[in-house]
Write a protein that binds this ligand. Sequence first.
Ligand code: FES
Length: 102
Amino acid sequence: MRTWHTLCRLEDIPVLGSRVVKRAGGDIAVFRNDQDEIFALHDKCPHKGGPLSQGIVFGQTVTCPLHSWQINLASGEALAPDHGCTTRFELKVENGEVLLAL
Ligand code: FES
């Protein structure tokens, strides 16, 4: 069953940046773009495991810091010509609080 966990306030995530949620099953990167949309992905690039949380956010895309693959923040899928997918997690904002479904 899905449980919602309160992470932080929306403004605690830097615009065009991210915040990392540490957990045993692998860290989760929570991104915020310049439209105040938020996304959560496993903090591991589908190419060679680079830390997506340290990538550059643009629109609904993050560019991996290691070899510049572009990953769609909404789906976790690599943009063509690359192939691969990282796990995405559901998020919502309620009363300014970011909640993550695990
Ligand atoms: S590890 Fe992300 S592009 Fe290579």
